[in-house]
Design a protein around this ligand. Structure first.
Ligand SMILES: [Zn+2]
Length: 287
């Protein structure tokens, strides 16, 4: 391990309530009540919660397709089942991200057994995700894919520099993992050593391999920060390639930015833009 920034404690922001007297936890929540704005849903039962999580997992896969994150069968996204948290929903092996739908998701246990669904599970995916979900009960969701810019930056073995407000979302919440770098994670021991470091960070740059994100909140949050992490790696590579020394954010500014635009809630909120677009333009996702 070359670098390890463990999660800083979240900061409670002191914000005025909205017009209707409802508590606000983010500066993005409108003070003016009655406007169209995404709300975190509340569920009457496990079935409703499960339906929501599955839909948002499918949309996350489709968002990965839109961003060109596919590489053959590589890449896996997981979200815990609300009723049986020892089981998790994931995308089926050898199905393109763009063709993942409600009816082909699979539900698996930590031994890699498919307990619901017809498709096989990605072995590398189950080893890594099961190890993280096992070690960190608070981790709700995880994403991994072999992306172009993320994998390229991971080869440097360096963490991200704080070159932008967007990169600051990962300030003190991402790590570079050198352990079992470049080895395909199909063996249990490899999954465990990497898992112990993944669970403590929002994003992980696994050297000579690729990016991973995990969330204590939702698949929406894990997927959005994955997209953001890939984009941050691309921007870092562009700056490096220019040969011009970048101006970096101060620690104070990076921390301030992360507190305001880098929370789990903000990850979830960003993803609603993608969810609504995909749900409207790709209705086959619900089939
Ligand atoms: Zn991989």
């Amino acid at each position: 391990m070359l670098d390890d920034h463990s999660h800083d404690a979240p900061v409670a922001l002191d914000l005025p309530d909205d017009d209707a007297g409802r508590k606000r936890t983010s500066i993005y929540q409108p003070e003016q009540a009655g406007l169209i704005f995404p709300e975190i849903p509340e569920f009457a039962n496990h079935a409703e919660a499960r339906e929501y999580r599955k839909k948002h997992l499918v949309a996350a896969c489709r968002a990965f397709a839109m961003h060109g994150f596919d590489y053959g069968f590589a890449g896996h996204l997981t979200i815990r089942d609300p009723e049986r948290p020892e089981l998790y929903w994931t995308n089926p092996m050898c199905v393109h991200f763009s063709q993942v739908r409600m009816s082909n998701l699979i539900l698996a246990d930590h031994k890699g057994r498919v307990v619901e669904g017809r498709h096989a599970i990605n072995r590398a995916g189950f080893v890594l995700h099961a190890a993280v979900h096992d070690e960190y009960p608070e981790v709700m969701a995880m994403c991994h894919a072999h992306t172009t810019y993320g994998t390229a930056w991971c080869a440097t073995g360096r963490p991200l520099d704080m070159i932008s407000q967007d990169a600051a979302a990962f300030y003190n919440s991402h790590a570079v993992i050198g352990a079992s770098a470049g080895a395909v994670a199909v063996e249990k021991e490899s999954g465990l050593s990497v898992a112990q470091q993944i669970g403590r960070n929002r994003g992980v740059l696994h050297q000579n391999h690729g990016l991973l994100t995990c969330s204590h909140h939702s698949i929406d949050d894990a997927a959005f920060w994955f997209i953001a992490l890939e984009r941050a790696c691309k921007q870092q590579l562009l700056v490096e390639a220019s040969g011009i020394k970048p101006q970096l954010l101060s620690e104070k500014t990076a921390r301030y930015s992360r507190e305001h635009v880098g929370s789990d809630y903000i990850g979830w909120l960003h993803f609603q833009t993608l969810y609504n677009h995909i749900a409207e333009t790709q209705p086959d996702m619900f089939a």
